[in-house]
Design a protein around this ligand. Structure first.
Ligand code: FE2
Length: 177
């Protein structure tokens, strides 16, 4: 079965590599070769959770599930990230900054066992299109919870605002109802 502690230890060791996110990508690919084992170890997919498994200024490893039909506000991370979906589906609506605000780019659809390597400057919103909880294992090259300089975009006005988790939850409720 998937060993959470070993995975976290290997992610920490990856930080010493020339390209940590490539090592983390490989680790997640290995983990997703046994999605059922990951699901069993993490128990995700039954509730909406953001469960940090490890947090430091250089690394976040988290288990994350979102509710059926839910949509997040557009946000950035300001750090690289790699995720592996182990239950359900997560659609990523990608954006980039343009002369007149954000411009929508492609949509990246992630299904069970898919990996997504997210660049430092990623701007996205996530959506669960299915009638069941999704779940993914997330790894980021920094402290996702406390990183200064992150933004969310107000869904009504499209104005960029300072990242605030309570506001993210409020916008998610608004967008998902
Ligand atoms: Fe995100």
């Amino acid at each position: 079965m998937f060993d959470v502690d070993l995975f976290v230890t290997e992610c920490q060791a990856a930080l010493s590599a020339p390209e940590p996110k490539r090592v983390v990508e490989r680790l997640l690919r290995e983990a997703m070769a046994d999605v059922e084992g990951v699901a069993e170890a993490l128990g995700g997919g039954a509730d909406a959770v953001f469960q940090p498994l490890f947090r430091s200024p250089e690394l976040t490893v988290a288990n994350m599930s979102t509710a059926p039909g839910s949509t997040s506000p557009i946000h950035n991370h300001c750090m690289w990230g790699v995720i592996g979906v182990y239950a359900g589906q997560e659609d990523n609506f990608l954006y980039k900054r343009g002369a007149n605000g954000l411009e929508q780019q492609e949509t990246k659809i992630l299904r069970k066992a898919d990996i997504y390597v997210m660049p430092d400057d990623l701007i996205h919103a996530i959506h669960n299109p299915l009638g069941e909880f999704n779940a993914a294992l997330h790894v980021y090259g920094g402290d996702l919870v406390e990183r200064p300089g992150r933004s969310i975009w107000n869904p009504q006005t499209e104005v960029e605002e300072e990242y605030d988790i309570q506001q993210v939850l409020a916008y998610t409720r608004e967008l998902s109802s």
